[in-house]
Write a protein that binds this ligand. Structure first.
Ligand SMILES: Nc1nc2c(c(=O)[nH]1)N[C@H]1C(S)=C(S)[C@@H](COP(=O)(O)OP(=O)(O)OC[C@H]3O[C@@H](n4cnc5c(N)ncnc54)[C@H](O)[C@@H]3O)O[C@H]1N2
Ligand code: MOO
Length: 416
């Protein structure tokens, strides 16, 4: 569908993404130990198997006391107590405390059932140095319960500590561990084949004959794929002649691939291997974006998703962000498929392509923490593969915006 009645044959980004996602299955879930869960997508809610905290415990190194014994204690009016027990972390002891008795206690140790407050060492005359006989409290705790961390105040058994569909980062895996959970159900890693096309491509670092360039898209895509939690099972480079793309699909199928990403060979030239050999399996569209206008997408009869991204390096990077990444996340069961977007002001003016949404590689000027600014990393050309290396985000400018002036608010999609 064309926007605003413009009859330019381009389809909207959302329309192409909807086509992609409609064809994208959620893969099976697998059960993994915590150590293997980092970077994966959680498939089922995680419920606490133990309370957090597990038991009432001390927040301070000091003494477990009866609040009434020490309330209002001061240097002028100290409270004297007798230490009847010593409670290191891990102890199972639960000593009885009679009036005027205390237990020395360490941070994290279980608070005796009789105790109603903790007095830190700093609030006693003798401190740690004189802590196992009689002690003198010179500052009473502010309230009953002071410095006691209560059982279950964070979560109780059965509470959902992590909801299905989220990315498991270090914080989330640690929360599962704290909740007494040792295995997590996560989306299976999608298996991805990456296929570069182009007779001009040679390995990076190889001597270049006239007309040849270093192949860089497979490095780009392997990194981007890994960043989604998927695994690369095949990297291949095929020439512009012959049946390379079809052979690559056969090889990918043999490796159990769920998705094949081609770059190059999808536009309007005489040698377009993806377009010319895979027309029976993929549809080729022109999407209202720059870079990333030519897009191929389809599916094999066995259900492997096929993406034909444009070969220009920035086009390939942006196309991956906008179409392939959401598909790979959906396969793993991720609920939120979007990157975080900040609205920042443009540091300089820049040109935008008429009638196409722009994804401009940018850096973020953080020199004023209250006013971050988007700084173009390139002039916007889809071939500027070196400048792409400076980028940490894309400024996303809608198709109907004809220019960006310095100070204009722009949406900035974070990609790191
Ligand atoms: N007559 C038209 N020509 C072009 C159109 C159009 O609409 N009409 N669209 C342009 C746009 S927009 C793009 S984007 C490109 C897309 O072209 P292809 O996807 O067919 O890609 P190639 O022609 O194979 O390569 C484009 C460019 O990228 C370099 N490249 C390709 N693969 C790699 C790789 N793996 N590593 C590094 N660089 C790579 C290649 O050498 C070319 O310079 O088409 C426009 N043309
Ligand atoms: O759309 Mo192409 O990807 O402009 O350069």
């Amino acid at each position: 569908m064309s926007r605003g009645g413009a009859d330019d044959g381009l389809i909207d980004i959302e329309e192409h993404l909807a086509t992609v996602l409609a064809a994208t299955p959620t893969l099976d879930a697998v059960d993994v130990p915590l150590a293997a869960a980092l970077g994966r997508t959680l498939s089922e809610d995680v419920r606490a198997a133990v309370d957090i905290p597990v038991f009432d415990n001390s927040a301070m190194d000091g003494f477990a006391v009866l609040f009434d014994d020490v309330a209002g204690a001061s240097p002028e009016s100290p409270a004297r107590l007798r230490v009847v027990a010593d409670l290191p972390a891990g102890t199972a002891l639960d000593p009885v405390l009679a009036p005027s008795e205390a237990a020395r206690i360490m941070t994290g140790s279980p608070v005796p059932s009789d105790a109603t407050a903790i007095v830190p060492f700093e609030d006693t005359a003798g401190g740690l140095a004189d802590s196992l006989g009689d002690i003198t409290v010179i500052a009473g705790p502010a309230r009953s319960g002071a410095h006691i961390r209560r059982r279950g105040e964070d979560a109780v058994v059965g509470d959902v500590v992590l909801p299905a569909g989220i990315l498991l980062g270090a914080l989330q895996v640690a929360a599962a561990a704290a909740a007494g959970v040792d295995r997590l159900t996560v989306g299976r890693m999608p298996r991805v084949a990456i296929v570069s096309t182009g007779s001009e491509l040679v390995a990076p670092g190889a001597p270049l004959e006239r007309g040849q360039i270093p192949e860089s898209n497979s490095e780009l895509l392997a990194g981007l794929v890994a960043g989604t939690g998927a695994e690369v099972v095949l990297r291949a480079s095929v020439s512009d002649e012959g049946d390379g793309p079809r052979e690559a699909i056969t090889a990918a199928e043999a490796l159990g691939a769920d998705l094949v990403v081609f770059t190059g060979g999808v536009s309007a030239g005489a040698y377009e291997p993806v377009k010319n050999t895979l027309g029976d399996r993929m549809a080729f569209s022109r999407v209202r974006m720059q870079p990333g206008k030519p897009q191929g997408f389809g599916r094999t009869t066995s259900g492997i998703l096929l993406f034909g991204l444009p070969g220009n390096p920035v086009s390939a990077a942006v196309s991956f962000e906008v179409f392939v990444r959401p598909a790979l996340l959906r396969m793993q069961g991720r609920r939120d498929l979007r990157r975080p977007v900040l609205r920042l002001s443009a540091a300089t003016a820049w040109r935008t392509p008429p009638g196409r949404a722009q994804y401009l590689p940018v850096t973020i000027d953080r020199s004023d923490p209250a006013a971050w600014r988007a700084v173009p990393a390139t002039s916007g050309g889809s071939h500027l593969a070196g400048g792409l290396g400076r980028a940490e985000a894309y400024a996303v400018v809608p198709a109907e915006v004809s220019r960006v002036d310095a100070g204009d608010p722009v949406d900035v999609m974070l990609i790191t």
